[in-house]
Write a new protein. Structure first.
Lengths: 114, 112
C-alpha cells in the first residue's frame, strides 16, 4: 500500500510570494495533520483536518491556511512568505481522530524562501 | 499537553540493547505516552505507545514507571538503521484530537 505522499518534494520561493503544498493520505485515512519542522527542531503542529473540517490549529499566523477535499487529500497554503517560513512541511494521516491512532508521516516538502 | 524531558543525545554500539529515558513528571492520569522516531531525511514514524502497563511490539518495548512520571524506550538490539532522533510525546487523554507536541528528542548514534 502507498504511504502518505506529498508534493512537491522541494521548492524555492521568494519573500512575499504564495505557496501551496499538497498531501495525499493513506487510503482510508480520514484525518490529515500538517506540521512545520525548522532545521534542528522537532515538528510543530499547524493544522488538523478531519472529514473536511478543521479540528485543530496550532500557534501559526493567519497567513497559513489549509483545506481537505472529499477524497481526504489536503492542501496547505501560505501567503506572504517570510524568510522564517523556510522549513520542512510534514503531512501526517491517521485512520481516525484520537490519541489511540498512529499518525503516518509523509517525507515532507522542503520549502526555501529567499 | 504535558511536557517531557529527554537527553539531547545518546550513543550505542551495534547489536547491544539501548535504553532511551523520558521524564514526564507532570503527566495526567489520562495522558498516553507515545514514542516516534525520525530517521535522517524522513518524516517521523510511530514506534510504540502505552498508558500504564509495559508494552512490546516488533520494533521496541516501552517500560512505564509505576508512578508514570518516567518511561523508557528499549531497543533490544540496536542496528545502524536505528540511528535517529527519538521523540517521547504525551497525548492528552481528554483531547480527542490528533495533535502531537514534539520536543527536542534524543539523537541516538549507533556505532558499528
Amino acid at each position: 500500500d502507498a504511504g502518505v505522499t506529498q508534493s512537491p518534494t522541494h521548492l524555492i520561493k521568494t519573500r512575499g510570494q504564495h505557496v501551496t503544498l499538497r498531501c495525499s493520505p493513506i487510503s482510508g485515512h480520514k484525518s490529515v495533520s500538517w506540521y512545520q519542522q525548522v532545521l534542528g527542531q522537532g515538528p510543530q503542529f499547524i493544522f488538523q483536518y478531519y472529514e473536511k473540517e478543521e479540528r485543530g490549529r496550532g500557534n501559526f499566523p493567519d497567513r497559513f491556511s489549509a483545506r481537505q477535499f472529499p477524497n481526504y487529500s489536503s492542501e496547505l497554503n501560505v501567503n506572504a512568505l517570510l524568510l522564517g517560513d523556510s522549513a520542512l512541511y510534514l503531512c501526517a494521516s491517521s485512520l481516525e481522530r484520537g490519541r489511540h491512532y498512529e499518525q503516518y508521516f509523509g517525507p515532507g516538502t522542503r520549502l526555501t524562501v529567499t | 499537553d504535558a511536557k517531557t524531558t529527554q537527553p539531547n543525545s545518546m550513543e550505542s554500539n551495534e547489536e547491544e540493547p539501548v535504553h532511551l529515558p523520558c521524564n514526564h513528571s507532570t503527566i495526567s492520569g489520562t495522558d498516553y505516552i507515545h514514542w516516534y522516531r525520525q530517521l535522517p531525511s524522513q518524516g517521523p514514524e510511530y514506534v510504540i505507545h502505552g498508558l500504564t502497563s509495559n508494552v512490546n511490539n516488533r520494533m521496541a518495548s516501552l517500560a512505564i514507571a509505576e508512578d508514570r512520571k518516567s518511561s523508557t524506550l528499549i531497543l533490544h538490539r540496536a542496528t545502524l538503521r536505528d540511528a535517529a532522533v527519538y521523540y517521547c510525546i504525551l497525548r492528552d487523554g481528554g483531547n480527542a484530537g490528533n495533535m502531537l507536541t514534539f520536543g527536542g528528542g534524543t539523537r541516538l548514534m549507533v556505532k558499528p
